[in-house]
Design a protein around this ligand. Structure first.
Ligand SMILES: [Zn+2]
Length: 78
């Protein structure tokens, strides 16, 4: 009946929805989570989200260090 008719497309769409939904959630979480970097030039804190270009928003320097890690992680294209 209408219930079955609804379940069939819901199953196929549901699986696809789950897949894209999980990706959407991940993207949303990544968008919200921002990492603070320290500019290697002016030492100012730069909060950046994933996908953002590694670049100091104060001086435009492109060498930033992750604040959390004790180990200095350098982002620089050589
Ligand atoms: Zn800077």
């Amino acid at each position: 009946m209408s219930r079955e008719a609804y379940q069939v497309p819901s199953l196929g769409g549901g699986q696809q929805g789950q897949y894209t939904g999980a990706t959407g959630i991940g993207d949303a979480a990544a968008n919200e989570a921002s990492v603070t970097y320290i500019c290697g030039d002016c030492n100012s804190r730069v909060a950046m989200k994933r996908g953002d270009q590694i670049r100091c928003k104060e001086c435009g320097h492109r060498v930033l260090y992750k604040e959390r890690t004790k180990r200095m992680v350098q982002f620089q294209a050589r």
